[in-house]
Design a binder for this molecule. Structure first.
Ligand code: S5P
Length: 277
C-alpha cells in the first residue's frame, strides 16, 4: 500500500467526516474507502486510444489513483472482448470504472445508448450525464443498468472546465435540483479550474453527494483548445472530493512520479480541509 506518511492509520469515516456520514449512495463510500486506503483522490482520465497503452498506464499508476475515467469511444478498433482486459486490470487495482460518456439525449435513448457496441451498462460503475434534455435522463440511464441487472451511479455535469461553456449558475442550480436525493446520482462534475465556483457548488450541493473536478494541473493554467486548469490542492480545499487528471499524468514524461505528486497534493488538501468534523 502507498503511504505519503501524512497520516499513519486512518479510517475513511475519520478523514471524510461529514461526507462519509451524509453521502447516501454506497458507490460514494466505495470511492472514499479506496481513496483512504491508497491516500489519493486522483481519478485518472485515461484518454489513450489503444487497449495496450491503457493497460500499461493503469498497471503503472494504479496504486496512486482511486478511480479510472475512460472515453471508450476514442479507442481505435474497439472490440468488446479486448476491452474486458482494461476492465479486469482496473478491478485488480480496486478502481471504480467511470465512463465519461456525457449522455445528453432523452431518457429512453440514453437507456439504449447504455447498451450498443460499447455495452457501457455491463462494465461501468459510474457514468457522466448532462441535464440539458430533461430530468428523465437519470431514470433512462438507471434503466440501462437495470436491463443487465446491475446498479450504477451518475455524475451530472453541474459545471464545466472549458472556456465559454453554456452552463450558467441557474443551470447549475437546476442540475442540483434534479440530482439531490436521487438514488442514482452519486455526485456532480464541477469546474476544477475555479476554487470560487467549486465553493459555490459545494454550498449548493451540501454534504450528501460527491463533487469531482476536472481542469486541474500542477504545471499550467491553460490547456489545449479552451481547457482551463487550477491547482489540485485548491480544488479539494474548496470542496471537491476527487480530482480528474488526464494529461498531467498520461502526458507526463514520468507518469508514475506525476501520479504520486497529484495523489500527495489531493490527500494533503483533504487532511487539511476544515469540514471533516
Ligand atoms: O468540464 C469538463 C468535464 C470533463 S468530464 N472538463 C473536462 O476536461 N472533462 C474531462 O476531464 C475531459 O473529457 C478529459 O477526459 C478530462 C481532462 O483531461 P486533461 O488532460 O485536461 O486533464
Amino acid at each position: 500500500m502507498y503511504n505519503h506518511g501524512l497520516v499513519n492509520t486512518m479510517e475513511a469515516g475519520d478523514i471524510w467526516g461529514l461526507r462519509w456520514k451524509n453521502c447516501a449512495n454506497p458507490l460514494s463510500h466505495r470511492f472514499m474507502e479506496v481513496s483512504t486506503k491508497k491516500q489519493t483522490l486522483v481519478i485518472l482520465a485515461a484518454d489513450l486510444n489503444t487497449v495496450d497503452s491503457l493497460i500499461n498506464l493503469i498497471e503503472s499508476v494504479g496504486p496512486y489513483i482511486s478511480a479510472l475515467k475512460t472515453h471508450v469511444d476514442i479507442v481505435d478498433e474497439f472490440e468488446r472482448k479486448e476491452w474486458e482486459r482494461v476492465v479486469e486490470t482496473a478491478k485488480k487495482h480496486d478502481l471504480l470504472l467511470f465512463e465519461d460518456r456525457k449522455f445528453a439525449d432523452i431518457g429512453k435513448i440514453s437507456q439504449k445508448q447504455m447498451g450498443g457496441i460499447y455495452d457501457i451498462r455491463s462494465w461501468a460503475d459510474l457514468v457522466t450525464a448532462h441535464r440539458i434534455s430533461g430530468k428523465d435522463i437519470v431514470d433512462g440511464i438507471a434503466a440501462g443498468w437495470g436491463d443487465v441487472q446491475r446498479i450504477g451511479g451518475i455524475f451530472l455535469l453541474a459545471q464545466m472546465s472549458s472556456r465559454g461553456n453554456l452552463l450558467t449558475e441557474q443551470y447549475t442550480l437546476e442540475t442540483i435540483k434534479t440530482g439531490i436525493g436521487s438514488p442514482h446520482v452519486v455526485g456532480y462534475i464541477g469546474n476544477g479550474s475555479s476554487p470560487e465556483e467549486i465553493s459555490l457548488l459545494r454550498q449548493n450541493v451540501g454534504e450528501s453527494q460527491l463533487i469531482w473536478t476536472p481542469g486541474v494541473n500542477l504545471e499550467t493554467s491553460e490547456g489545449l483548445l479552451g481547457q482551463r486548469y487550477g491547482h489540485p490542492y485548491d480544488a479539494i480545499k474548496s470542496g471537491s472530493d476527487g480530482i480528474i487528471v488526464g494529461s498531467g499524468i498520461h502526458g507526463s514524461n514520468d507518469p508514475v512520479s506525476s501520479a504520486k505528486m497529484y495523489a500527495k497534493e489531493s490527500w494533503r488538501a483533504l487532511v487539511e480541509r476544515e469540514d471533516n468534523g
